[in-house]
Ligand binder design. Structure first.
Ligand code: MG
Length: 368
């Protein structure tokens, strides 16, 4: 089987509400999504998606994905999409780095490999837990009252996992954490996501002042060096997501004891093939995981769900999915959707959901 054609689509995915990253630093209202259709000489077609969470969040942006695809396409055409490692090597040779541009091709090839094998991707990867995965909400509020209201709105949709965005004001952060812990229900999973918003001193202030609560923090400071400098000075479990980019990051975090949790963002790390290695590093070192779609449509959510289904249930806290935050519908309601705050693994071979092509417009590029 050979890759015979790669078609690239661009689609704006508007957010239901404008989104402010922790501390109100960064605002955006629409996601720039890139969809990739890979066709083969065997008649099997696979789909991938790359949707950065705005272009101000981490070094990734929609036009960069499309430029990267233009550079990599000639090296990927003609390869067997089921040989994921050969496709990965071809991309890494053609364009070192730029992991976020590679994930849509990796995803489409896994989709094809799954269809060819007659298995959902998670099963083909050797996992395939059918335990529904809780979806983590995104609570971007600033005041105590707004935070309560946002959590309530998600609870009404069945959510039991919440990513509460903090950072920017130490006193307010401490007050909001204490209030959320007061109203937290039995069985609810709450992650306090700082999105790199604290200095080292601010991180230690908040983490010390909330030590009695034993809460989880995500990405408290900008870099792994910063987060490493905090360890041993507080008792809180820490998740790293934005600074977990390469396999070398993962091994360093594990070896140096920088974090207790990986937040694996599939688009950020370059797709399922690379993410699976991080998963194995995590499992080998007693590190639990959140899996995150980074952003995007139901396709990106489904990719995250497949990886999550390859993680033992007890080591996978939740998945972060974007589907309840965007107003565009590109798959006619198909694919895994929020059912009482959870996503259920599709039984369809491959990814398990494809977009409606007429919702994507004409391709912006076709490579043959
Ligand atoms: Mg995060």
């Amino acid at each position: 089987m050979k890759i015979s054609r790669i078609s690239v689509y661009q689609r704006a995915l508007p957010l239901e509400h404008p989104y402010w990253l922790s501390g109100g630093r960064l605002k955006f209202e629409v996601l720039d999504a890139t969809f990739v259709k890979i066709e083969t000489d065997a008649g099997i077609t696979g789909w991938g998606e790359g949707t950065p969470w705005g272009h101000t969040y981490v070094p990734a942006h929609g036009p960069g994905i499309r430029a990267g695809l233009e550079t990599m396409a000639p090296f990927v055409l003609g390869l067997d999409p089921r040989r994921l490692l050969a496709v990965e090597r071809a991309m890494d040779m053609a364009l070192p780095g730029h992991l976020y541009a590679k994930s849509p091709i990796d995803m489409a090839c896994w989709d094809i490999a799954g269809q060819a094998a007659g298995l959902p991707i998670a099963d083909l990867m050797g996992g395939g837990s059918r335990t529904p995965r809780p979806i983590a909400s995104s609570v971007g509020a600033k005041t105590i009252e707004d935070t309560r209201a946002a959590i309530d709105r998600y609870r009404q949709r069945g959510y039991i996992a919440h990513s509460v965005k903090i950072g920017g004001n130490v006193a307010r952060d401490i007050a909001r954490i204490r209030d959320v812990e007061n109203i937290r229900r039995e069985g609810e999973i709450v992650l306090y996501d700082v999105n790199r918003g604290w200095t080292r001193a601010q991180a230690l202030q908040v983490m010390s002042a909330t030590e009695d609560l034993n809460v989880m923090f995500e990405q408290p400071c900008e870099t792994l060096d910063d987060i490493a400098a905090l360890s041993g000075k507080h008792a809180a479990p820490v998740s790293v997501d934005e600074a977990l980019v390469t396999l070398q990051d993962a091994t360093r975090i594990a070896r140096d004891g920088i974090a207790e949790i990986f937040g694996i963002k599939l688009n950020r790390v370059g797709g399922l093939t690379k993410a699976a290695r991080m998963r194995d590093v995590a499992l080998a070192h007693g590190i639990d995981m959140f899996v995150m779609a980074t952003g995007g449509s139901v396709l990106a959510d489904t990719e995250a769900l497949h990886l999550a289904a390859t993680i033992p249930d007890e080591n996978c806290h939740a998945i972060w999915a974007c589907q309840d935050m965007i107003t565009a519908e590109i798959a006619g309601g198909r694919g895994p959707r929020n059912i009482n705050g959870h996503l259920h693994l599709p039984e369809t071979p491959g990814l398990g959901v494809h977009p409606d092509e007429d919702m994507l417009g004409d391709p912006v590029a076709v490579y043959t």
